[in-house]
Design a protein around this ligand. Structure first.
Ligand code: ADP
Length: 898
């Protein structure tokens, strides 16, 4: 018989052996010899962490207590591996394409990289895993105790605690060394995987050896064994159909949702094809593990005294038969089961805790400081992982201590599973249903967590431990429909079935309703499409590896966004700066930052960051996806540009319409004013003509009077005629119907004629002229030009208010043309009226002065306009000053002749 101390030595030796195996595997992987490390066999063996100490020892106990029900724990994963491996394939593909590091990362990434969802999943996983880790510590210490007691060594509570602590410390050291050695881009841990593969072999060999011993060594062959089983009470157990279905579902779902299973299935998967082999090899492994459970249980019940713990039959049967070596092998099997589970679970949970809780909090504490992915951050993450490893193991140990390592732990395995599978709806929905949203996922997860806590987890501490007896019986605050084991009044169900049923139903319901009622954010939709259509979007091989991300890929993307000319210019410039020929520069961090800034100008900072991040930091999106996104962005840009152009055009049209409308309104006002002006102007002479002709008709007057009145009538009639002539003239000019009659003549002759016609013979106005300058020959409509001169001279005569009115007519050269100035010595025209006087009917002098109807200057302007010259008011003179610019052609003729 082996001494207890020898057992401790063997255990320590085994641990050293595992360290060595892991160390060698890491070394070989580091040297690039990782082929055999990533074989399908190793992959399948690593999946065996599904079989923990709870299965190794507990399955036999389970069978001894409840008959064949333990089979469900193997059936669930078998069905998933065989029947639903396409779910696994999808998970593995997504894990690869999106560089998923944990199940929390999967859920968070799917729903728009949501920090909150990552936290929720992490919290659920930690809560669910803690009792399970405690269970492993318990099984190791229990197995120590079995040996100690068989030796007569005293083994009390303090020893349990101490050995539990040492095991926890050893596991922490191993996990920190091999599980958080570095921040591998794909989070693969060769050393750990090899160590757990070795442990998988050890535990299978141990269980099979004990089984073989029991069948052939104790029972006396398979035939005897079957007889034995037939007579045993195990087969008499009534099996509950509801529990069977629930447990098969639960264990199948747990294979997908347990963080440690996700770690080995998805994260550590090196090649998708390994799944094909694992899909039959892993069920085979499970079959081998379960093959001898019933024989060991039956023999144990037979052999050992009533009341011995069936959970330890695997150890106690060989011991009681005096097979020390077999017992030690069995111990190592149990030890392997416990440690491999704890190591992987701790790595998975530590990754989740550090990535989804510690780092986000650390980043938010950093505040506005720009946190780049520098060595600094890597350091923080590694530290966070190591602290998380210690924290998680400490939680497990504390739970183990507080629960006292009693039998309560035995039941906790399934409850733990139920907690973990709350992630299932969000996970499955996320990878198959594009409409699933983060809001729905959060609603489902929180609902499931709450119901699981209330119906299973809290009650598992025992009645009155956390939930009181009265709450169990009558519900909290007397609300009977909230009784932890009879929610909504559904009574009489097995508590586990009840908990699974309600938590999964309400979880799924909340997830679906939440998803239907909410609208996903853009990133969430993009991720949703990536996940659901993972097979269209990604190749089996990684779409991008960091090294393969060359400048060329970046250029393709940049061209899509910036346009090819600009992108090529940018790249060529950078290449030149780096001293490289061609247009493809080295992809340096500086350049990436620069590119990102440039791209941000086109697609927005967030998109640019995400796109570059995905290209550089390994891809979660394939090239096609990126190009699709870029195309989409370009289309949106183009579309919005077009929209903008259109709206600008519409604005211009609207402005033009408004202007036209304003003009029409103004014209209509002008027309009204014009009509009322006309009627007024016509009325005045008409009134005097009518009244004086009335007087004449009465005939009661002398000849002198008669002559005077007839003269007035004549004058008024003449005025009326002139007015009508002017109006007619103006209208003809304005409508452009005027016919010009070109003639050639001397400017001086025109002015002579004008002075005469303006009635200068009375000598009221003195006129001074520049006869030399007037020697210009003009070819234009001379009559019309004279009309303008007459008007200007007549105005000076009429309106010049100087004591000795004087008008200077001078000829000037104005650029390449000639201009005739008419400047009098009156008081001139106020600046605000200088433009107005050219309008129809505008008169600024007081009405007492004998003036016209205010049409003269308007006609002048129209005439000059027709002739190709212009008449303006020149403001810088003392008196009124008008300048007539002669038409261009006439001036040219004049130039030739002078
Ligand atoms: P009208 O046909 O009534 O003379 P015009 O169009 O020729 O009208 O002139 C418009 C107004 O400009 C006149 O009513 C007058 O007040 C002002 N005006 C024109 N010429 C002179 C001038 N040489 N000195 C002062 N005011 C003038």
């Amino acid at each position: 018989m082996m001494s207890f101390n020898a057992l401790i030595l063997v255990a320590l030796g085994y641990v050293v052996f595992l360290f060595a195996v892991a160390f060698l595997a890491e070394r070989r992987a580091a040297h690039g010899h990782s082929n055999w490390l990533t074989s399908p066999l190793i992959y399948t063996l690593s999946l065996s962490i599904y079989c923990t100490a709870w299965t190794f020892y507990g399955a036999v106990g389970y069978a001894a207590r409840s008959g064949l029900e333990f089979v469900t724990i193997y059936l669930g994963p078998t069905l998933v591996m065989v029947g639903w491996w396409w779910i696994l394939r999808r998970l593995v593909r997504i894990g690869r394409a999106q560089r998923i590091t944990s199940i929390a990362d999967l859920v968070s990434s799917r729903f728009g990289k949501s920090t909150q969802l990552g936290m929720i999943v992490t919290i659920i996983s930690v809560i669910a895993a803690t009792p399970y880790i405690a269970l492993q510590l318990q099984s190791v210490t229990l197995s120590f105790a079995v040996f100690a007691q068989s030796e007569g060594v005293s083994w009390d509570q303090p020893d349990f605690v101490a050995s539990g602590m040492w095991v926890a410390i050893g596991l922490a050291v191993f996990t920190i060394i091999f599980g958080t050695r570095n921040l591998d881009a794909n989070e693969r841990h060769h050393g750990v995987v090899i160590a757990i593969a070795v442990e998988a072999v050890v535990k299978l060999c141990a269980l099979v050896a004990v089984g073989v011993f029991v069948v052939w060594g104790v029972a006396g062959g398979p035939g005897e064994m079957l007889n034995h089983i037939d007579q045993s009470e195990i087969v008499l157990w009534n099996q509950d159909g509801g529990r069977w279905v629930s447990l098969i579902f639960l264990s199948g779902a747990a294979l997908l949702c347990l963080p440690r299973m996700f770690q080995v299935l998805v994260v550590e998967n090196a090649d998708e094809r390994h799944l094909h082999i694992a899909s039959w090899a892993f069920p085979l492994y499970l079959f081998m593990m379960s093959l001898f459970v019933v024989p060991i249980a039956v023999v144990g019940l037979d052999l050992l005294p009533a009341g011995s713990n069936p959970d330890l039959f695997v150890l106690t049967v060989p011991l009681s038969e005096g097979r020390g070596g077999l017992a030690v092998l069995s111990f190592l099997g149990g030890f392997s089961s416990a440690t491999s589970m704890v190591i992987v679970a701790t790595i998975a949970l530590a990754t989740m805790v550090s990535n989804h809780i510690v780092v986000p909090i650390w980043l938010s504490l950093q505040g506005n400081q720009h946190a780049t992915m520098s060595g600094d951050v890597r350091h923080v993450i590694l530290l966070a992982r190591r602290l998380s490893v210690v924290g998680i193991l400490m939680l497990g140990f504390l739970y183990y201590r507080i629960s006292g390592g009693g039998t309560a732990l035995a039941a906790i395995g399934l409850i733990s599973f139920t907690g973990a599978v709350q992630i299932l709806p969000a996970m499955i929905g996320g990878i198959f249903w594009r409409g699933a949203t983060g809001v729905g996922a959060a609603a489902g997860l929180i609902t499931g967590l709450a119901i699981w806590m209330w119906t299973l987890f809290l009650p598992s501490f025992g009645i009155d431990a956390i939930i009181s007896q009265t709450t169990f019986e009558y519900g909290p605050l007397g609300l009977s429909w909230l009784r932890p084991q009879a929610l909504f009044g559904v009574d009489g169900l097995d508590p586990l079935v009840h908990g699974i049923l309600w938590s999964m139903l309400l979880n799924t319901g909340a997830f679906i309703v939440g998803s239907l009622l909410s609208f996903p954010a853009p990133l969430e939709r993009l991720q949703g499409a990536q996940f659901v259509n993972v097979f269209e979007h990604s190749n089996a091989a990684p779409a991008w590896s960091a090294a393969a991300t060359g400048a060329e890929d970046l250029l393709i993307m940049a061209q899509r966004i910036m346009g090819s000319k600009e992108a090529q210019a940018l790249f060529t410039q950078e290449a030149a700066r780096q001293g490289k020929a061609g247009y493809l520069p080295e992809v340096t961090p500086d350049f990436i930052e620069q590119l990102e800034r440039v791209l941000a100008g086109s697609v927005g900072a967030a998109t640019a960051h995400a796109m570059i991040g995905q290209l550089i930091g390994g891809s979660s999106v394939s090239v096609e996806d990126l190009i699709a996104v870029a195309d989409e962005a370009a289309q949106i840009l183009e579309y919005s540009n077009r929209l903008e152009a259109k709206s600008q055009e519409q604005e211009r049209t609207a402005r033009a319409l408004r202007a036209a409308n304003d003009k029409l309104t103004a014209l209509s006002i002008q027309k009204d004013a014009f009509l009322s002006q006309i009627s007024h102007e016509l009325r005045t002479p008409m009134t005097s003509i009518r009244s004086f002709s009335d007087i004449l008709r009465d005939g009661d007057m002398n000849a002198a009077e008669q002559g005077r009145y007839a003269g007035i009538i004549h004058d008024e009639a003449v005025r009326l005629t002139r007015l009508l002539d002017d109006l007619l003239d103006l209208s003809v000019l304005e409508n452009g119907q005027v016919e010009l009659r070109e003639q050639t003549g001397q400017l001086s002759d025109l002015l002579d004629r004008a002075v005469r016609a303006a009635g200068m013979h009375d000598g009221v106005l003195e006129i001074r002229r520049d006869h030399a300058g007037e020697q210009l020959t003009l070819t234009t409509d001379l009559d019309r030009l004279t009309q303008v001169f007459i008007n200007l001279i007549a105005n000076a005569r009429k309106y010049c208010d100087a004591e000795k009115p004087e008008l200077v007519i001078s000829v000037k050269r104005d650029g390449d043309r000639y201009a005739v100035d008419f400047i009098d010595n009156g008081s001139g025209i106020d600046p605000e009226n200088q433009e107005l006087i050219f309008e129809k009917f505008s008169r600024v002098a007081d009405g007492s002065k004998a003036g016209g109807a205010g049409l003269g200057l308007a006609i002048c302007r129209e005439v000059m306009h027709r002739l190709g010259g212009e008449v303006t008011y020149v403001s810088q003179h003392q008196g009124a000053a008008f300048r007539v610019r002669l038409p261009h052609i006439t001036a040219a003729v004049a130039l030739e002749e002078t």
